[in-house]
Design a protein. Sequence first.
Length: 132
Amino acid sequence: TDPRMESEVGRLTMFGHLTSSNFEAANKFAKVVSKWESMHGMPMRRKPSPSYLVGRQHFNSTGVSDLDMDQPLIDEVNEEYSAAMAVIPEFPTYIRYIVESVVVDNEVCPQSCYNDLRIVLDRLTSLWNIKK
């Protein structure tokens, strides 16, 4: 079984609705959100994507890092999170919801939202210099 089938983003990629660079950007986004939420002591998402779980591995449930949470790491996590959130439009509000629910929470993406998801993932691809 292809491991991409474990996530909605992987399935959308396998069926040609997203590109491989969109897939990479989505996985990085999930890890960034996961690290930021964990660092701030936020609870685990109820149905996290596989990449979200990977990002959470460096932190325990209290938000204290297994890596001693040195200041450079705190700064790096905060900067990555802020930069990622800055590329997601604030309006219409459903776009942020779609990105988080599909990429982070591993929810099914309505077909009517494929293009909006792809646009945001293309922006993240550019932000992180992921090869297209």
